[in-house]
Design a protein around this ligand. Structure first.
Ligand code: SF4
Ligand code: SF4
Length: 111
């Protein structure tokens, strides 16, 4: 078997698992991230105890747009400006696989 076949890895646009959480401090926004968010960073991020995080809405990051359909799509509305922590979660990494196992069913249930 081709090692690439071992995990049925979805495309990020059809997954979105790592953008889901019920925690308000899920996606850390650093100073550099805040600056990269552009003219209205507080549209996307919020301060809590002197630290900034992405706003969360309905169990997922507020920047995640869920498009119902066949297939459904999970679109990061700020993809080019997303925080560093999102950039570092590599598709196919152990962290990614863990997110899929834990949350993909939740993500799919939203479509
Ligand atoms: S969990 Fe992995 S495959 Fe799913 S959206 Fe995140 S990086 Fe992409
Ligand atoms: S900023 Fe984009 S990639 Fe990061 S959690 Fe939010 S929707 Fe997902």
């Amino acid at each position: 078997m081709n090692p690439d076949d071992a995990l049925p890895l979805p495309a990020c646009l059809s997954c979105g698992a790592c953008c889901f959480s019920t925690a308000s401090d899920y996606v850390r926004v650093t100073g550099a991230d805040w600056s990269r968010l552009g003219a209205s960073p507080d549209r996307w991020a919020v301060f809590s105890n002197h630290r900034a995080f992405m706003r969360m809405h309905d169990g997922h990051c507020a920047a995640l747009r869920i498009e119902a359909g066949f297939p459904a799509r999970f679109v990061c509305e700020i993809y080019e400006r997303r925080p560093q922590v999102c950039r570092e979660l590599g598709r196919g990494s152990a962290a990614c696989e863990g997110e899929i196992v834990r949350k993909r069913a939740t993500a799919q249930a939203r479509t």
